[in-house]
Design a protein around this ligand. Structure first.
Ligand SMILES: *Cc1c(COP(=O)(O)O)cnc(C)c1O
Length: 410
C-alpha cells in the first residue's frame, strides 16, 4: 500500500529521501560518502562546532549528565535552563523567557495558550509549518492573509471585527523565501485592532538587527507589544526553542503549555551550549558582519546569472525554478559538481514555486561562493531546458508574489 503511494510521489518528483552526513558541521562535509560544499545549513553563525560552544556543552554533560531526567515541572528544571532563560530574556530585551525542547514545540505550546481567550487567528500564508500545526490545535478559526500583505490583513481584521482580541501570527524571516515580514505595519495593525502579534524569529535570531537580537531589533520595534519566539537550533548552533515575553505570559506558559509540561526538559548541555553561543554572538559581532558580506556576494552573483530570488533579504536565498522536477534536476546537477543545495518542493512551498534553497553561513569563504557561482553559470549555460524554466520561473515568482497566488499552503 505504501509502495504505491511512494511511487505516486516519485512520479510527481515529490519523493524525499534522507541523506547522511558523516563529518563535523561546516561548509565542506561528507554527504553520502562524497565531499560536498554545503549550502543548506541554518548554522548561520557557524557556531555548531565553535570551541567555546562545544566546550560549554561538554562541561555541562560532565556535571549534569546527558539527559534532564524529567519534565521541567517534575525535576528536570536545572540550573543551565534557568541561566539560559535569563540570558535569552536579556538578549531579546524582554522580561522573561521560557525554553522548550525544540522550536516546533515552542510554537505548539505558545499559540494554543495565547489562543485560549481569542476568537480568530490570522496567519501569513507562508508561515512555517509548526505555526500552522499550532493553529490547528486551537479551537479559534484560522484566517490566512496573503503573504506579507498587511493591507489584506487589515481588511480581514475589519471584516472579522472579533468581539475578543485576535492573534496575528507571522515568521520574522520566512524560512523558504528568505524575505521579511512587514513588522512595523503588522504591529500597527495589531495595536489598532487590539490584537496580539506573535513573531516566530527562528531565522532572525542571531542574524537580523545591529546586535543580532532579531527581526524586531532590525525594525526598531523593541519595547512594543510583540511576543517573540525563537530557536536555539539555527544561528545558535544547537537545539531547542524559546518564547520571550512578559513575566506573566511566561509563568502562564509554564502552567498551560502542554508541549512544555508533558515532555522531558531540553538536555542541560544544549542549554549550556546556547548560553555560550549567546556569549560568542556578543563577543564576536564580526561573525555576523562576515555572514552578511558573504550573503550579499552570493545574492548578487545568482541574480546576475538570472535567477529570481523572490524578495530575499536574509542569508536564505531561493533560486526560483518553477516545477518540482526542474528544481530536482538542478539540485542533482549541483550535486554532480559537488555542491549541495536542496530542491524545495510542494507541500513545503506552493505548487509552481519549486526552488533551490541556498543558505549562507559565516563559515563559508569568498572562494567557496565564487566556486558555486561558477558552477551555476556552467550548469545554466549548458542547459537550454533550465534556461527556459528560469524564464518560466520568473513568471512563477511573479505569481508567488502577486495577488492571484494559488490557494494557501496551510
Ligand atoms: C526551524 C523553524 C522552526 C522549528 O524550530 P526547531 O528548533 O527546528 O524545532 C520554527 N519556525 C520556523 C520559522 C523555523 O524555520
Amino acid at each position: 500500500m505504501f509502495t504505491s503511494r511512494l511511487d505516486a510521489l516519485a512520479r510527481r518528483s515529490l519523493l524525499r529521501r534522507l541523506r547522511t552526513i558523516d563529518s563535523a558541521p561546516g561548509t565542506e562535509v561528507e554527504l553520502d560518502g562524497h565531499r560536498v560544499l554545503l549550502f543548506s545549513s541554518n548554522n548561520y553563525l557557524d557556531l555548531a562546532a565553535h570551541p567555546r560552544v562545544t566546550e560549554a556543552a561538554i562541561n555541562a554533560i560532565r556535571r549534569y549528565g546527558v539527559g534532564a531526567g524529567a519534565s521541567r515541572l517534575v525535576s528536570g528544571s536545572l540550573r543551565p535552563h534557568r541561566e539560559l532563560e535569563e540570558r535569552l530574556a536579556a538578549f531579546k530585551r524582554e522580561e522573561a523567557a521560557l525554553v522548550f525542547p525544540t522550536g516546533y514545540q515552542a510554537n505548539l505550546g505558545l499559540i494554543p495558550t495565547l489562543a485560549e481567550d481569542r476568537d480568530v487567528l490570522y496567519v501569513d500564508r507562508l508561515c512555517h509549518a509548526s505555526l500552522i500545526d499550532a493553529c490547528r490545535l486551537c479551537e479559534a478559526p484560522l484566517r490566512v492573509y496573503r503573504h506579507r500583505d498587511h493591507a489584506h490583513l487589515a481588511r480581514l481584521l475589519q471584516q472579522g471585527r472579533p468581539p475578543r482580541p485576535a492573534l496575528i501570527i507571522t515568521d520574522g524571516v520566512f524560512s523558504m523565501d528568505g524575505d521579511l515580514a512587514p513588522l512595523p505595519e503588522l504591529c500597527k495593525a495589531a495595536e489598532q485592532a487590539g490584537a496580539t502579534l506573535v513573531v516566530d524569529d527562528a531565522h532572525g535570531t542571531g542574524v537580523m538587527g545591529a546586535d543580532g537580537r532579531g527581526t524586531v531589533e532590525h525594525y526598531g520595534l523593541e519595547g512594543r507589544a510583540i511576543v517573540q519566539m525563537g530557536t536555539l537550533s539555527k544561528a545558535l548552533g544547537g537545539m531547542g526553542g524559546f518564547v520571550a515575553g512578559s513575566r506573566d505570559l511566561i509563568e502562564y506558559l509554564v502552567n498551560r503549555a502542554r508541549p512544555f509540561i508533558y515532555t522531558t526538559a531540553l538536555p542541560p548541555a544544549m542549554a549550556a551550549a546556547a548560553a555560550a553561543a549567546l556569549d560568542v554572538i556578543e563577543a564576536e559581532p564580526e561573525r555576523r558582519a562576515r555572514l552578511w558580506s558573504l550573503r550579499d556576494l552570493l545574492h548578487e552573483g545568482v541574480r546576475r546569472i538570472g535567477f529570481d530570488t523572490l524578495d530575499s533579504r536574509s542569508p536564505i536565498i531561493p533560486l526560483l525554478v518553477g516545477d518540482a522536477d526542474q528544481a530536482l534536476a538542478l539540485s542533482d546537477q549541483l550535486l554532480a559538481y559537488g555542491v549541495y543545495a536542496p530542491a524545495i518542493r510542494p507541500p513545503t512551498v506552493p505548487a509552481g514555486t519549486s526552488r533551490i534553497r541556498m543558505s549562507v553561513t559565516a563559515g563559508h569563504t569568498p572562494a567557496q561562493i565564487d566556486h558555486v557561482l561558477d558552477v551555476l553559470k556552467t550548469i545554466v549555460a549548458s542547459d537550454g531546458r533550465l534556461q527556459e524554466s528560469l524564464r518560466g520561473g520568473r513568471l512563477a515568482g511573479a505569481k508567488a508574489r502577486g495577488r492571484k497566488a494559488r490557494s494557501p499552503s496551510p
